[in-house]
Ligand binder design. Structure first.
Ligand SMILES: Cc1ncc(C[n+]2csc(CCOP(=O)(O)OP(=O)(O)O)c2C)c(N)n1
Length: 540
């Protein structure tokens, strides 16, 4: 951080210093003239500013950093088209609960009275897809930054927008120090006796763990409680790895695959106590709507916010932190054997049978080989499409946040930039992204960014010249093939064109060799895995 008196005094500097204080070390975006002061202030505060090729990708890079550091991520977008290019990723941050700080530039209010070029109401656009939107004031810059950090990170995290008028950013201001509110300290309530009684009496208890538990870092308590009381754990895709997926009590991720749902939903319906632990059903498809009746089975729903989603109802709603609430309910409950009929082992076996790892090739072969070759603690990202559903079922996660994806908005184009952000924040980790060919093409320009950043990320592309998920749905509805197939391209060559390695693979041995070489490479590698279009039929 610089000590220059002058720079410290701009409103933008107060904003930037508070963001730095909150742990922010990376901002991504594309500037226009309107955000130059903000960028300058961020850099002077010690926050690295990275130029991306698209604002949407920039926001996903920021998210990738957040998953690795826990600090809020920053998107910089200039007025008009800059902000609008970021809309998809900001909406993703809203639905996927990412504490993204969106900094945009805007013209001063007086200017906007008589000037219309590129001008639109950023706050009106972003209000429905952020937790809050502010317009920076000079004397209140530090307070607005403090509020933004608090709102973005507390409860269910989400994006907060700050529109920065050009002249306000440059105004000299003199608050005596950064004004801030002390952190809130949660009360530790006693658990309701009824919840403890239900748990003590349950013969077939089951946990459904979701995103709130990941964001709270509740892993250890969930594992300890599951093991001590023999409670099997189903997770959402976002919560994969909250207990190791090799654990005999772990039933893996659920929510998108009808094949997996066919095994897991009946098990949930056999439970005599359902513990929802940070289960935010925004990740789930209709197959998970009202799958139990709280009048017939006891359901304890521990969540960060009250249930206003009505995807399911509970017998008891507990609003609060997952780990202390779960620990309080389980405290003193004696260990007992559960699921005497061996249903949990049977469900694990059925899942393994439904998603075999011994395919010679095809999408399943690619996923199985990649999982076998890459280290256990690999950070993987996956895009939207048929490949994501299959991969989310097959990819074994040993730790939380080891498989990053868009599970609520389910947008394409996230995997590549998410991987870049994750690698930037943790250079020693093996980072691999998996994309369909269409999703990869949405963000292929970011290979220019990854080359500049010299990040040896591995990009695996499932090349089938098709929007496989949509093509499959179209075919299943017996509709004519329309606007779902496209050209077959040389993705390996695209990688090489941007200065990375590029390898085309058509069998497991070639993929294995490519993944091994990519782990040793000093730059990024695009691995084009050529698969058949029917690869996903009867597989997801
Ligand atoms: C931005 C965006 N546009 C459209 C969709 C709808 N969509 C979901 S999956 C999919 C197909 C993706 O094709 P590809 O990336 O090749 O992956 P595949 O399904 O072949 O695995 C589409 C178009 C979406 N989720 N996000």
């Amino acid at each position: 951080m610089t000590d220059s008196r002058q720079t410290k005094d701009r409103a933008a500097d107060y904003l930037a210093r508070r963001l730095y204080e909150a742990g922010c070390r990376h901002a991504f975006g594309m500037p226009g003239g309107e955000v130059l002061t903000v960028m300058d202030a961020l850099a002077r505060a010690g926050i690295e500013v990275t130029l991306a090729r698209h604002e949407n990708a920039a926001a996903f890079m920021a998210e990738g950093v957040w998953h690795r550091t826990g600090a809020p991520a920053i998107l910089i977008a200039t007025l008009g088209p800059g902000v609008l290019n970021g809309v998809n990723a900001i909406a993703n941050a809203h639905q996927d609960r990412v504490p993204l700080i969106v900094l945009s530039g805007c013209v001063d209010a007086d200017e906007a009275l008589t000037y219309t070029h590129q001008i639109l109401d950023h706050q009106a656009v972003l209000a429905p897809i952020t937790k809050a939107t502010f317009r920076l004031t000079a004397q209140g810059a530090d307070i607005i930054a403090d509020k933004a950090i608090g709102i973005a990170t507390e409860g269910r995290p989400g994006p907060v927008h700050i529109d920065v008028p050009i002249s306000v950013a440059d105004m000299r201001v003199t608050p005596p120090r950064l004004r801030r509110r002390p952190d809130a300290v949660p009360m530790q309530p006693a658990a309701p006796q009824a919840a403890r009684d239900w748990l003590a009496a349950a013969e077939r208890p089951l946990m459904i763990v979701g995103l709130d538990a990941v964001n709270e870092g509740a892993s250890a308590t969930i594992l300890e409680t599951a093991e001590r009381l023999n409670i099997p754990v189903i997770t959402t895709y976002k919560a994969k790895g909250i207990i190791p997926e090799t654990h005999p009590l772990c039933l893996g991720g659920a929510g998108l695959s009808p094949l997996a749902d066919g095994i897991l939903v009946p098990l949930v319906q056999e439970a005599d106590l359902i513990l929802c632990v940070g289960y935010d059903p925004i990740e789930m498809r209709p197959g998970w709507r009202e799958i139990w009746d709280p009048a017939e089975v006891n359901v304890i729903d521990i969540a960060a916010v009250p249930n206003d989603q009505y995807m399911h109802q509970a017998t008891m709603n507990i609003v609060g932190a997952c780990a202390p609430s779960l620990a309080a309910i389980a405290q003193g409950v004696p260990p007992r054997a559960t699921w005497a009929g061996g249903e949990v082992t049977a469900a694990r076996a059925a899942l393994a049978g439904a998603f075999p790892t011994d395919d010679e090739w095809g999408a399943a072969g690619v996923i199985a080989e990649a999982r076998a070759v890459l280290p256990e603690d690999t950070i993987a990202t996956v895009d939207s499409g048929a490949h994501r559903i299959l991969l989310s079922q097959m990819w074994t996660s040993h730790i939380p946040r080891a498989l990053l994806q868009s599970t609520a908005l389910c947008t394409m184009g996230c995997a590549v930039p998410l991987a870049m952000g994750a690698k930037l924040a943790s250079p020693d980790a093996t980072v691999v992204s998996f994309s369909g060919d269409a999703g990869f093409l949405m963000v292929a320009g970011e290979l220019s960014t990854v080359a500049e950043l010299k990040l040896p990320v591995i990009f695996v592309v499932f090349v089938d010249a098709s929007l496989a998920l949509i093509e499959k749905k179209q075919r299943e509805r017996q509709m004519v093939n329309l606007a779902v197939d496209f050209g077959h391209h040389d993705f390996a060559a695209i990688g090489r064109a941007f200065g990375g390695h590029g390898v085309r693979v058509t069998n497991r041995a070639e993929l294995r060799a490519a993944l091994q070489a990519a782990q040793e490479a000093d730059t990024f590698t695009v691995i084009a895995a050529e698969i058949d279009r029917g690869s996903y039929d009867n597989r997801i």
